[in-house]
Design a protein around this ligand. Structure first.
Ligand SMILES: NC(=O)c1ccc[n+]([C@@H]2O[C@H](COP(=O)([O-])OP(=O)(O)OC[C@H]3O[C@@H](n4cnc5c(N)ncnc54)[C@H](OP(=O)(O)O)[C@@H]3O)[C@@H](O)[C@H]2O)c1
Length: 305
């Protein structure tokens, strides 16, 4: 039995679909059933159920987008920075292995030299760097609280540092798939009036779900993994694919630059970044090259009814 936290959410429901398609027994836990944000109820539940594995797809994402996190800071901190540590402790107490859906949005740009950020690179879009959205800052803190990355002595948190993981941190980045849905990156590009040109890593949602569960099935070493489709893609390359596949052939408008975007369309700075996927590949877990994955989703596009 696999437990999914946050199963009512965009990512959590993709896990439910995946387990159903493979006939794998799972329980979708909602805060309405068990207040899993608190240590005692969660560890008590896990000790009783004794699941094989737990997936944490819960967190505070802000609606309609991350700008809402700037107005709901306490909830955002609780859901993203504190809560992962609670899940880790509950799993430790119950002897359950687990995986945490984190985010690549703790980085901005590329590594010096132009490559993608690796799992052990310190976040550069975080409160420590004093440059981030509130949401990204809390996601970086959430990873730091789990203590899986070796942190230089001067940066180590006061509450201690434990680098022996009892789970996985999986970094998801800008999810998309073939279903028109306001949470799907491709839908966002199609619906937005004006776009920001940027270069990013992306994750095809269902490939992400399958790859993360494969980590557990193959029992690859626990720790941090960037789980994105290999390669990088620009906004205009994705727009070209949207037009080429005929999903939407309108003329797209672009902001002049990031300052223009910030002045007209956003409150918090956005993370645009490239992640390195070689650690996952070395572990034998493959995902489709990013341009190909985007084109495949567009070719199977299912409009909202
Ligand atoms: N969507 C993205 O673009 C994206 C990208 C990268 C990473 N992520 C990460 O992936 C995880 C899941 O994201 P998602 O897009 O599926 O989010 P979502 O649709 O907002 O769902 C999150 C789920 O988390 C649960 N939850 C627990 N504590 C919460 C709180 N304080 N506030 C709100 N919900 C809370 C809720 O489930 P119940 O009420 O049923 O318990 C909710 O359905 C998050 O950690 C997010 O940061 C998302």
């Amino acid at each position: 039995m696999i437990i999914i936290l946050g199963a009512t959410g965009y990512v959590g429901s993709a896990y439910c679909q995946y387990f159903e398609s493979r006939n794998i027994s799972y329980a979708a836990l909602s805060r309405k059933d068990v207040d899993y944000t608190q240590l005692k109820p969660l560890s008590g539940f896990l000790k009783k159920i004794r699941p094989e594995f737990l997936i944490n797809a819960a967190g505070y994402t802000g609606k309609p987008n991350v700008d809402a996190c700037e107005d709901h800071k306490a909830e955002c901190l609780a859901g993203n920075a504190v809560f992962p540590g609670t899940v880790q402790e509950a799993c430790r107490q119950a002897g359950v292995r687990w995986g945490h859906v984190s985010s690549g949005c703790i980085y901005s740009g590329t590594r010096p030299g132009g490559g993608g950020f690796r799992e052990d690179d310190p976040p550069n879009f975080s409160f420590r760097q004093n440059h981030c959205s509130f949401y990204s800052g809390t996601k970086a803190l959430g990873e730091e609280a789990l203590g899986y990355r070796e942190i230089p002595a001067e940066d180590r948190p006061l509450w201690g540092h434990d680098s022996s993981p009892n789970g996985y941190i999986w970094r998801l980045r800008i999810p998309f798939d073939h279903h028109e849905n306001p949470r799907n990156y491709l839908t966002k590009l199609i619906r937005y009036q004006k776009l920001l040109e940027a270069t990013n890593s992306l994750s095809q949602l269902h490939e992400f779900v399958a790859a993360t569960f494969e980590c557990w099935e193959k029992r690859i070493p626990m720790g941090i993994y960037n789980v994105t489709n290999p390669g990088r893609v620009t906004t205009s390359e994705v727009v070209d694919l949207i037009r080429k596949t005929g999903v939407c052939t309108k003329n797209y408008e672009f902001f002049d630059n990031e300052d223009d975007f910030m002045a007209k369309a956003a409150r918090a700075p956005r993370s645009n970044c490239v992640l390195d996927t070689s650690k996952l590949e070395r572990a034998g877990i493959r995902m489709t090259e990013v341009h190909e994955a985007v084109e495949q989703s567009l070719r199977r596009w299912v409009p909202a009814s």
